[in-house]
Design a protein around this ligand. Structure first.
Ligand SMILES: [Zn+2]
Length: 101
């Protein structure tokens, strides 16, 4: 088993998991519920992580992760209220819930 992806934002982690699973690759999430309450600073090691079950899938999964992150970067938007970066799939800011205008 190998770790392929981690992010502070659990929504992005589950989104990535869906993308990987769409390729019929077995993955699981560690630390999914380890994060503290909103506003609490969580240590890096409690970020949710995606692990690939079969090491043979590792290279393939990293390609999926890298290419999907590349796509995301071109479409990310910056919140006008709090200047936080948001994933293109979000309609409201993950941090302050302002709409993407
Ligand atoms: Zn915001």
């Amino acid at each position: 088993m190998k770790k392929v992806y981690t992010n502070e934002i659990s929504l992005l982690v589950s989104n990535m998991k869906n993308i990987i699973e769409a390729q019929e690759i077995d993955v699981f999430i560690k630390n999914e519920y380890a994060q503290g309450a909103v506003g609490e600073i969580s240590a890096f090691d409690t970020w949710p992580e995606i692990w690939v079950v079969n090491d043979n899938d590792f290279d393939h999964v990293m390609e999926i992760v890298n290419s999907s992150q590349k796509n995301d970067n071109t479409l990310d938007w910056i919140c006008k209220s709090c200047a936080e970066e948001n994933d293109a799939s979000f309609e409201v800011c993950w941090k302050c819930q302002s709409e993407n205008t």
